[in-house]
Design a protein around this ligand. Structure first.
Ligand SMILES: Nc1ncnc2c1ncn2[C@@H]1O[C@H](COP(=O)(O)OP(=O)(O)OP(=O)(O)O)[C@@H](O)[C@H]1O
Ligand SMILES: [Mg+2]
Length: 286
């Protein structure tokens, strides 16, 4: 008797979801990156209980066409590439068509979206990836996605979540980094009703740094601007007096994506070696 079966769609999505969204911060990252890809200039994020009970991301981006609202939640559905040949020249942050399907599979999702070509918006509600409701509604242009009760249907994953405050910390770390790499977008994060991050979105990296780390840090950073045939490096590097003992305050971006690179961090360590004991420093590259 045969023993191999093909898993049903809902099981496939739940398994795949674990890889894309292992915690609330990953949900926030995926939703905010979608807002950036949609050309938003203002993104508001709200979380409750570290994002475990509630995450809301709203943007003033392009919105999703009425006919695309359902398909946006299917796996491997994306508007960002059409063919594998485009993989080497991707300009967007997303391209897999996995995020919304994964998030929806393991939570309760509400989305309201409106494009500028329509006088009304579309609201859709999904529970564990199943559509509960879809209807027209009044809405501003852009997209709002609320994610409730992450991992309510995957208890094994739920168990691995940390305390609310720890999860909230992961969310603000990710939002800080996204904000630093997008100074032209005004990004606000509220946690349990209090504002944690609020960047001006005036396309000035220094004022973004000040809004995140405060004026004292803003006064102690030096601008970096380097260009040659191969690379262009811009950003700010902290003076030795604001050095830290860990790398939490180092953010390195390559082509707009936050990266952790031993090669780059050891080059920075080397440059500061004679100025610092064993401390690290604040460096923000873009
Ligand atoms: N905030 C948004 N504004 C406008 N369109 C959106 C938004 N969020 C999602 N979409 C649309 O839904 C599609 C599916 O989103 P999803 O995040 O699942 O995939 P992706 O961004 O294309 O790829 P990835 O899985 O790598 O993030 C996107 O390709 C985009 O067309
Ligand atoms: Mg995406």
């Amino acid at each position: 008797m045969s023993k191999i079966i093909t898993l049903d769609e809902s099981t496939i999505n739940k398994i795949a979801a674990g890889e894309v969204v292992e915690r609330p911060a990953a949900v926030v990252k995926e939703l905010v990156e979608n807002s950036i890809d949609a050309g938003a200039t203002r993104i508001n994020i709200e979380i409750k209980k570290g994002g475990i009970s509630f995450i809301k991301v709203s943007d003033n981006g392009s919105g999703i066409e009425e006919d695309d609202v359902v398909i946006a939640f299917d796996r491997h559905s994306t508007s960002k590439i059409k063919h594998s040949t485009e993989l080497s020249s991707i300009m967007s942050l997303g391209f897999r068509g996995e995020a919304l399907a994964s998030i929806a599979a393991v939570s309760k999702v509400e989305m309201v979206t409106r494009t500028k070509s329509k006088p009304y918006g579309i609201q859709i509600n999904l529970t564990g990836g199943n559509i509960e409701n879809i209807s027209q509604t009044g809405a501003p242009i852009g997209t709002l996605i609320a994610v409730r009760d992450i991992f309510y249907n995957t208890p094994a994953r739920f168990k691995f979540l940390k305390r609310d405050a720890t999860e909230a910390g992961y969310v603000s770390d990710i939002v800080n980094r996204i904000a630093l790499s997008n100074p032209s977008i005004s990004i606000k994060l509220e946690s349990n009703g209090s504002t944690i991050i609020n960047t001006p979105g005036n396309n000035d990296l220094l004022s973004t740094i000040v809004s995140i780390y405060g004026t004292d840090v803003g006064k102690s950073v030096l601008e970096i601007n380097y260009n040659d045939d191969l690379v262009s490096i811009t950003g700010y590097a902290g003076e030795p007096k604001i050095s830290r003992s860990n790398r939490n305050y180092q953010s390195i971006f390559v082509n707009g994506r936050y990266v952790k690179s031993k090669l780059i961090t050891s080059a920075i360590d080397e440059a500061y070696r004679t100025y610092l004991m064993k401390n690290r420093l604040i460096s923000i590259f873009n």
